[in-house]
Each structure stands twice: as C-alpha cells, then as structure tokens.
Design a protein around this ligand. Sequence first.
Ligand code: COA
Length: 335
Amino acid sequence: MYNSKILGLGYFVPENVVTNDDLSKLMDTNDEWIQERTGIKERRHVIKGEDTTASMGVKAAKIAIERAGIDKDDIDFIVFATLSPDYYFPGPGVLVQRDLGIKTVGAIDIRNQCSGFVYGISLADQYIKSGMYQNVLVIGSELHSSGLDMTTRGRGVSVIFGDGAGAAVLTREEDKTKGILSTHLHSEGQHAEELSLIAPGMGKRWVSDILEDNDPEDTSYFPHMNGQFVFKNAVVRFSEVIVEGLKANQLEATDIDMLIPHQANLRIAQFIQRKFRLEDSQVFNNIMKYGNTTAASIPIALTEAWEQGLVKEGDLVVLAAFGSGFTWGSAIIRW
Ligand code: COA
C-alpha cells in the first residue's frame, strides 16, 4: 500500500470576462443583488467555437503535467469530472487521451457535478494506493455558458455559473504521513431533482419526441436549482464532511492550514469559515472572479492558492465539496 500525493497542478479559464453588469443587459438582474447573495463579481464564458469542456481540460492538464515534471506518457490513467461533457457519449476522458496524444491508457468519466473533483481525487488515490497505477491525471472542467437560460426566467441559476478547467497529477508517495490521508464521499439521491438538468436524458424524453415537439417553453433543457434548499443542505453537508475527515485523522479544525471549499457561493464558504472559526488566511476563495465552475472550481482554486504560495510543504489542506445529486465529499491532504 502507498499514499498518493499531488505532484502538479494547472488551470485554464477562457479570456472572455462577463461582469454582473454584462448580465444585467440580458436579464433583469443587477450587480448588487448578485454580489450580496453570492459574492460573484464576474465569471468567464467561452466564446462560441473557441473551447469546449474537453479542450479546456486538455489545456489545464498540459500545465499540470509540465509542473509535475513528468512526460505525458508517464500518465497511467485519466479521470475526468464534468457535468457538461462535449458529447452525450463518449465522455471527455477519451478526448483528453486523444488530444494529449497519451498512449491507450484507461479513461473514466465522473458524473458528480460540484463534488466531481473530490470524487476524482478519491478514485485516483485508491488506484495509486493499491499499486495499480503510479501517475493519474485528474481533470475537472465545465462549459456552463452554452447551456444556461440567459433570460430573466433563468436568472436564479445563470448568474452563478462560469466556465473553466483545473487539473492535478497524482503520483505515488512512499511516506504514509504525506499526501492524501483520506477521502470521504456521500450521496443522497432523494434530492436529485433539486439541482438538476433533466433533459437531454433518456429517462425524460425520447429523441423522436424532442424532434417532433420542440417546445420553447420546455425548461427541462436548462439547469434547475431550488436555491434555498440547496443552500441549507450545503452548509450542513460541508460541515459534516469536513468534521468526518478531520476525525478520521485525529485532527481538529485548528490543524487546518488551508481549506479549499468548492466555490458554490461565497456566503456558504463564509458560513463554514465562521463555524470552524477559521481565519481569512485559512480559507481560499476565488468565486468572485470565476463564479461557480462546478467540477473545475476546486482544482482552479487549489492551483491559484498553490501559485500564490498559500499551500506549502507540510500544510494540512482540506478540500470539501457539495453539489447536485446531492453529493458531497472531502479530502484531507498533508502537502
Ligand atoms: N437577480 C435579481 N433577482 C433575482 C435573481 C437575480 N439573478 N435571481 C433570483 N432573483 C429574485 C427572485 O426572483 C426572488 O424574487 P421575489 O422575491 O420577487 O420572488 C428574489 O430574488 C429572491 O429569490 P431567492 O431564490 O429566494 O433568493 P435567495 O436569497 O435564495 O438567493 C441564491 C438565491 C441562488 C443566490 C441562493 O439560494 C443560493 O446561493 N443557493 C445556493 C446555490 C448554490 O450554492 N448552488 C450550487 C451548489 S453546488
């Protein structure tokens, strides 16, 4: 048995900045409302045709592989987390294998939305722990902007989400006191529809129905979110899964050097910070710049924190996520 550790990190966000004022030209919203409720000032949107979920993932992965100081052919396995795949199938993992020109290693796609990257890290960790693989590439990438309802009807959802990608290379660590100490995953499908995108989905509509009955009022093609219900569940589950991870390693909140919460909403992160009595320097937030990038949010934030020297050797780093499913999870890492 080995441990796994993060050897290289990278992220990519599209250049196109969309401010709250830009959105208020498309829908009945305003900068004050968005900042007060979510903390978001701006987000990035792909210019149509310039990037996809897979291509952004590839760009982030290239940086992570280079920083890991390994060759792409040293990658033994690819894990790709997204809710916005380029194709219904195949998933984007194989597109990364193709576009990075990696040899024919396995590629798996994770469908756990905002928790996707933590699920991905957990999966990679198990493969490395067991000795099956040495270097695993984990990507979280999202192209939300192509699928949002950019009218007033969709404002409760559309102002929150942004595009981007983050990636990590995990590798074998012989020292059992270092690297990923534990991961903790959960789901509660009872609330599946509270934050969801129902169509296209084989359960909702047959393709022939879509072709025959293209109803402009059919909002099932847009994400749906019961915002307040999601918020209430998020604060509880974030807290629970952080406590679970700390307890599993006989650690206390005071031991946390850096908490990287999934960037769902600045208010959720602030609630968690207060609950665990963490200083500003112990929590990293960048939702102000990028919005909620779902599976990409933790690897983008972790990369930025690392680039700014806020994640250092020996630090206790906690990743925590909550999202659609509902799913939630944490990873406790000794850097
Ligand atoms: N701009 C202006 N007004 C808006 C708006 C927008 N973008 N979106 C909704 N509103 C309006 C609503 O229509 C409603 O108007 P009404 O009172 O006239 O009916 C009012 O603002 C309040 O709406 P509500 O949905 O109750 O707001 P809220 O305080 O719950 O805030 C969220 C909405 C989405 C910001 C909040 O619920 C939230 O952050 N939830 C968690 C979301 C999340 O983290 N999702 C990702 C999980 S991984």
